[in-house]
Write a protein that binds this ligand. Sequence first.
Ligand code: AMP
Length: 409
Amino acid sequence: MISRLKGTDDILPPDSRRWRALFRAFYRLSELYGYDLALLPVIEATELFSRGVGEATEVVEKQMYTFEDRGGRSVTLRPELTAGMVRAFVEAGALGTMKLAAEGPMFRYEQPQKGRRRQFYQVDFEYLGEASPDADVEVIELSHRFLEEVGVEGITLKVNSIGDSADRLAYRLILQEFLRSREADLSPEARRRIDSNPLRVLDSKADVEAVADAPVPIDHLGEAARAHFGAVCAGLDAVGIPYEVEGRLVRGLDYYNRTVFELFSSSFEAAQSALGGGGRYDPLAGLIGSKKEVPAVGVALGCDRIVEAMPDPGGRRLDLFVAVVDADRRDEARRWLGQLRSAGLRVEWDPVPGRSLRGQFKSADRSGAGAVAIVGDEWSEGEVTVKRFGTGEGERLQIEEVASWLLGR
Ligand code: AMP
């Protein structure tokens, strides 16, 4: 028997019920905040990520599913959505701003454990073409709202600013000097990153003590980035979302500038506690070769971790089970099922014709329906017998009355 690959999951009921609740909240909030749906390829040119996300990042160095296709091109299963979103925006020749929402599987070759999968799922909101700090505030507010909406508890938000490209270049030299002075205390990985990606050392788990008093980007912001960050914080204050400014939060990908943020839940241990993260990525379009500048900000939220922090959605999954006494009436009953479903009711019946009423009641019980309707002799008078599970007697109702009876009207 062939089994699934390491680090991948079959998401089936009852677990998938929480996933459905998550995606419902995602689609609902996308509409409320005006984010249109984007469906993008799962497979992209490798360069999109090596240039967009950056050669010296962990994702590109170690985690990508990259292979040659039959035409000899190097292709990669997307490890993240942002680079593809900007590519799509530029490729569509889009003008002005566009707010996009996307969801789907991402692929990273990781050491699998709980909350760290090789195929995992993200929901994603991107505000493209907008430089205003109000876009940053909206994306952060929406992320926070989404986690609240699906029932995550103990949400905390960390924000930081890593400055503009020029600030980053100047700060990078300051940080490199500091790291060289502490080289002996650094992990081998961090030592290697001094030249290639020194920012990443700031959030390295193995180097927390060694970099405790490192200079942080927020103390080296230029005028414009400082004003932008001030406006983001003021906006968050105004909408009443609590946050912490965390100087060491950098999110180590090449495309970020200015705002970066992460969301956590107290339901998790530290290592896998980030439920989502994002930030502003004005340089990304340029990194992937666009002549047009695309200021933008976005967020990716990790569904696999979020569902772990979600309560069971509970409730019944079925409103009514229809039992048919006489198999000759199945075609009429079949049409009635269709009408009830059109009225928005979740209805089921026994798929096998001619089963005894007792057998059908058993199926009804197992189905988790709240009530049963019996199509018997009274059908010829336009009536059925209905009964709620867990209560006493059944009652006869006109067929047209059943929907409102179920809905309690
Ligand atoms: P990132 O942009 O890498 O910070 O990813 C955003 C969010 O996706 C994280 O905060 C996690 O919740 C989730 N995530 C990232 N990588 C994985 C993974 N390998 N397995 C499960 N969730 C992940």
